[in-house]
Design a protein around this ligand. Structure first.
Ligand code: SAM
Ligand code: MD0
Ligand code: SF4
Length: 363
């Protein structure tokens, strides 16, 4: 059974819901190995040996929300809160750019300083513009569920990406995870951003009580919205949160999902986040078919990660220098910046064509 499903995936034929469920439920080591090899071969088809690298800049760990899984939830006292100044962020961005990353991911909690009033986002828009001007790197913004107008302004500043993870597409589970947040409002932000011309990243958390069927529902939703980057991260329990004693999922759960995502989104970007198991987890994620290393953090920036706020940062392991040897051991290389920029340009072009086509059909 596994051979025939993987054969179909390698021919890029659509898989049925039953087939995807079958792959997600694989337990035998030899079958899982075959799944990973198929995922690697599809990555090779579209990206060769090249891996993209993302620098992570967590500007503010203040947040008005109270997500059950997150260390930075508003009511948690056991996390390090900070808000970096423009100068600190710009300096960190320049250092990060010099270290050789392909993109800067600007992230924050839903910090009330900006979220209190609509024009409160002006300083952030200025910051994005300034970082773009000084580094010339592509930029991803992960500022939470932004007002539509701000998404529009972000596109105007030249930001390329909007990342906002639903975590699950099971609405009931969503409300248990993202307490007091609006499911359809958060989901609509990604549609809105894509419509405006931003590339979008959607993501799920694994090991938070979701079923395999929920994961297939997420995959279908991510296909429907046309996500350009698709993420899964295993849940890491956080001290001081309602989920601190929730049993963490096996590492394999995340890896199997990464591989299945690669089969279903062969030409899209799939992160191997250092924010889950640090550099120890990197090899496995790349072997499962990921093609972007995310959450690189420079020690001198004194910034934090999200799910692993400190792991491997002070030691300088979460840096380009720290991870390139691991890529090389696997026969992979750091992509050229030109390759990353042309990937982005092609995605934008094919989106424009798809929208035009849709318009014509509608007319
Ligand atoms: N505050 C913004 C938001 O929530 O959209 C931006 C931060 S967002 C990029 C942080 C993401 O990290 C969450 O959406 C979630 O997917 C992931 N994350 C947070 N806590 C985690 C945990 N304990 N384990 C694994 N992933 C986690
Ligand atoms: C990561 N810590 O890539 C980051 C973060 C935000 N766009 C991404 C979760 O793992
Ligand atoms: Fe805030 Fe984002 Fe953490 Fe939720 S996941 S508590 S919105 S920082």
């Amino acid at each position: 059974m596994v051979i025939s499903i993987l054969g179909k995936a390698l021919h890029e034929e659509p898989l049925s819901r039953r087939e995807v469920l079958y792959l997600l439920g694989l337990k035998q080591a030899d079958e899982i190995k075959k799944l990973f090899i198929a995922a690697q071969s599809l990555r090779q088809r579209y990206f060769g040996d090249s891996i993209f690298l993302y620098g992570f800049l967590y500007l503010s760990t203040w947040c008005r929300n109270n997500c059950a899984f997150c260390s930075y939830r508003s009511s948690n006292r056991f996390c390090r809160r900070y808000r970096k100044t423009d100068r600190q962020v710009i300096e960190a961005a320049i250092d990060m750019a010099d270290s050789g990353v392909h993109l800067l991911d600007l992230t924050m909690g839903e910090d009330l300083l900006y979220y209190e009033k609509e024009d409160g986002f002006e300083p952030l828009l200025y910051l994005v513009k300034e970082i773009k001007r000084q580094t010339s790197l592509p930029i991803m913004v992960s500022f939470g569920a932004l007002p539509d107008q701000v998404l529009d302004n972000l596109f105007e500043t030249g930001a390329e990406w909007y990342a906002c993870y639903q975590e699950t597409h099971n609405e009931k589970l969503f409300h248990q995870l993202r307490l007091n947040q609006n499911y359809s409002d958060r989901l609509s932000k990604k549609y809105k951003a894509a419509e405006l011309g931003l590339l979008i990243e959607e993501g799920i958390l694994s090991g938070v009580g979701e079923s395999l069927d929920d994961i297939v529902d997420s995959i279908e939703e991510m296909q429907k919205m046309g996500a350009h980057q698709i993420r899964v991260m295993n849940f890491i329990p956080q001290q001081g949160t309602p989920m601190q004693d929730f049993p963490p999922p096996p590492k394999l759960r995340e890896l199997v999902i990464i591989a299945v995502l690669r089969l279903l989104f062969p030409n899209k970007l799939i992160p191997a986040s250092l924010d889950v198991y640090g550099i120890d987890g990197l090899r496995d994620k790349l072997e499962a078919g990921a093609n972007v290393v995310t959450s690189l953090i420079l020690p001198q920036s004194e910034m934090a990660g999200v799910a692993q706020s400190t792991l491997d940062i002070r030691e300088g392991y979460r840096t380009v220098k720290g991870i390139v040897p691991i890529l090389n051991e696997l026969g992979l290389t750091q992509a050229g910046l030109d390759d990353y920029i042309s990937w982005i340009e092609n995605e934008k072009k094919s989106d424009i064509n798809a929208y035009r086509f849709k318009e014509r059909v509608l007319l």
